[in-house]
Write a protein that binds this ligand. Structure first.
Ligand SMILES: [Zn+2]
Length: 363
């Protein structure tokens, strides 16, 4: 029997630079090393992705509090800067590679990792996994590389190539087995999940961080994406599973799907001022005074709760500026804290006036 109470946070990083110019994707080597040290001081064991998946299959035990380190997009600084730091700590890592981003590919410039470097990492036990071919929003039938709108059959073929083709290419080029897919930008829908399942992926990863438990759905494992200008993301991730401090409260996680959220998890809206809603009716008896909503970029917001309909809602009045927005709704039910997270996208150049969300992406 494996320990089904163990918890894992998955951390995601991009570039490692001495001088941060793009704080949403960069971090200094010093800050990175500090975080690696902090994992140790909080009693969190860094394990490999394959160990996490083996535990979810009940094949292997993992320590009670774990972290998995993932590096996205294939940057040279991951090889030159991050890997040596991880080696120093004896931490395993997973690389999420989009194949056209490797040096020599359509997007593989001078800062990109090379196939030789990836082979070196593979030979030294680094886990290499797929992150599509060209790193686009897979929900949209538009190929940014060829600047072409895709007809339904073309779109299906393109999705196959991005999802199954990238896996095949990595497996053949490096002689490895690929069983994980990190969805570009974390944007996915049911159809994308289905194609990934059919392609033989065991696990799908998104960008909304949450502790991974024994029962977490393998088709949407949330990662904490660490950004230089949001040190709180790392601190929160560690706090979620770190060694318990006095006054710690157990939190029961509720799936966003059960709350009929608006906008829905994974949806993209055309307004930067959306109406955010969730129905807590299925959660149980809610203490009306305990309902709270947090919105990424805004913090705690003055949401209203209607006990009659069990609906918590908030009309955003201050333009959301990020490409995606995470909402956290929490409440007390029978003395226990329950919490739900979900993430929706905001279309680039979204209007400020309109308030109605767009329909699901065209098929
Ligand atoms: Zn990426």
């Amino acid at each position: 029997m494996v320990d089904q109470t163990a918890q894992t946070i998955i951390l995601g990083y991009h570039r490692f630079v001495d001088k941060v110019r793009h704080p949403d994707t960069e971090i200094t080597p010093q800050d990175f090393e500090k975080q690696m040290e902090e994992l140790k001081t909080h009693g969190i064991t860094v394990i490999g992705m394959q160990d996490l998946l083996a535990w979810k299959r009940s094949e292997k035990n993992i320590p009670p509090r774990c972290a998995v380190i993932t590096l996205d997009d294939g940057w040279k600084s991951q090889y030159d800067v991050a890997w040596p730091i991880l080696k120093k700590y004896g931490y395993p890592l997973t690389m999420f590679i989009y194949t056209e981003g490797v040096q020599g590919g359509h997007f593989g410039g001078g800062q990109a990792i090379t196939w030789e470097q990836l082979a070196d990492m593979r030979d030294n036990g680094v886990d290499i996994q797929a992150h599509s071919k060209t790193h686009q929003d897979l929900r949209k039938p538009y190929n940014k590389v060829t600047k072409k709108h895709l007809s339904p059959p073309e779109y299906e073929q393109w999705l196959q190539d991005e999802i199954a083709g990238s896996k095949e290419l990595l497996e053949q080029r490096l002689g490895i087995k690929v069983n994980c897919f990190a969805v570009p930008y974390g944007f996915y829908n049911e159809h994308i999940k289905q194609i990934a399942r059919n392609a033989g992926y065991e696990a799908l990863f998104t960008v909304y961080g949450q502790p991974i438990t024994y029962t977490s759905a393998l088709d949407s494992l949330g990662r904490y994406m660490i950004e230089a200008n949001k040190p709180k993301v790392f601190a929160d991730a560690v706090k979620m599973i770190g060694a318990p401090t006095s006054g710690g409260v157990a939190v029961a996680e509720v799936g966003a799907k059960d709350l009929a959220t608006q906008p829905a998890d994974g949806e993209t809206v055309r307004t930067a001022l959306p109406l955010i809603k969730a129905n807590l009716g299925g959660v149980g008896q809610i203490d009306p005074g305990s309902v709270q909503m947090r919105v990424s970029g805004l913090g705690a917001v003055p949401a209203s709760y209607d006990p009659k309909t069990a609906t918590v809602s908030y009309q955003v009045t201050q333009r959301l500026r990020d490409k995606s927005c995470t909402v956290i709704v929490s409440a007390k039910s029978a003395g226990k804290k329950v919490e739900a997270h979900w993430t929706f996208g905001i279309e680039e150049g979204a209007a400020v006036g309109a308030t109605s969300p767009t329909a699901a992406p065209k098929k």
